[in-house]
Design a protein around this ligand. Structure first.
Ligand code: ZN
Length: 327
């Protein structure tokens, strides 16, 4: 796209600080049925959210401001105008990127909700993988009984989609097994995505580097868990150690990926849900076998496959002892 004029960007910036919603009113007061539905959908059994002293889960903050299909009164024209200005310049696509919430006081059944929202910022022009455009951040201040109870910041990217390249063609003989092809090593753009390593799963990836597949074990109730989590789903305990998987497993289930084609992958290929002999399951590739020969119950054996100079991943190859699933 052509670089926009400074005058255009000034026009966008002029929307910063303008109201997006004025004196909005929650369609329902905070109420137990909506809290219950939320908790059921989330699988959240925290006792704080039920009973006579129930509070709403803090992350429900935005729920109390939602207008549903019929929308809200109080929506200002500024937000629509800003969108029209972006649409008119070719930034016609939109994607929600993130939200941030702050909680100032608990919300309880019966609280009447009011809110105001403003366009907090419009970024400079940014180029992302999706395309080039502008981030628009809206801040909503939510009140209960007139008292500030929390803020909800919501960010979207309004963008002009990047031109898509046609999916790379590959010959049928190359498509039956999922193996690293030479392009993976030479072209950074077609390398497999890197794992996101954080303090909750760093130990797992350290194990992979030593060719060990480590399963977390709760120090409280000894339940094994995978993938790695900071706490135990069974008892809530935050202490844990690890056990090394024997490497034997069976294909518990699988899918064959045909679409969408990502540059580092060569569809169709099989993605297996492998049940390790220790009893936990993990998603991985089943390699060394045509995608259409993978079967539920197939015994598989762990190995570590190198994809490029930085990336090695645990994968599974048919074979092994077939003892998987016995726990
Ligand atoms: Zn536990």
């Amino acid at each position: 796209m052509a670089v926009p004029s400074p005058a255009y960007e000034e026009q966008l910036k002029a929307y910063e600080g303008r109201a997006a919603t004025v004196a909005g009113v929650g369609k329902d007061p905070v109420n137990e049925p909506m809290i219950r539905h939320w908790c059921e959908a989330m699988g959240d059994t925290n006792p704080a959210y039920s009973g006579p002293d129930a509070m709403a889960p803090p992350t429900m903050l935005q729920v109390w401001t939602m207008g549903g299909l019929s929308g809200h009164t109080g929506r200002s024209e500024a937000y629509d105008e800003l969108f029209a200005l972006l649409d008119g310049a070719g930034y016609t696509s939109v994607v929600a990127t993130d939200c941030e919430q702050e909680y100032l006081r608990p919300l309880r059944p019966g609280d009447e909700i009011t809110f105001d929202a403003l366009i907090e910022s419009v970024s400079g022009r940014k180029t992302t993988k999706l395309g080039t455009g502008y981030f628009v951040t809206t801040r909503m201040d939510l009140r209960a009984g007139g008292e500030l109870a929390g803020t909800h910041r919501f960010r979207i990217l309004k963008y002009a989609p990047a031109q898509r390249k046609r999916a790379e063609q590959s010959s049928p003989k190359d498509r039956r097994t999922e193996q690293p092809s030479p392009k993976d090593r030479t072209n950074p753009k077609s390398r497999r995505p890197r794992p996101v390593i954080n303090r909750d799963n760093a130990g797992f990836w350290e194990g992979v580097a030593r060719h060990q597949l480590l399963i977390q074990r709760c120090a409280g109730c000894r339940v094994l868990r995978f993938p790695w989590l900071p706490g135990c789903n069974a008892c809530g305990c935050l202490e844990w150690d690890t056990v090394e998987a024997s490497g034997d497993g069976t294909v518990y289930s699988y899918v064959v990926m045909h679409h969408p084609p990502f540059p580092a992958f060569d569809p169709p290929y099989a993605v297996g849900l492998v049940e390790l002999s220790e009893g936990v399951r993990m998603v991985s590739n089943v390699v060394g076998v045509p995608y259409d020969k993978v079967r539920i119950g197939m015994p598989v054996r762990l190995e570590f496959q190198r994809y490029d100079e930085e990336l090695e991943l645990p994968v599974f190859r048919p074979g092994g002892t077939g003892e998987g699933g016995g726990g």
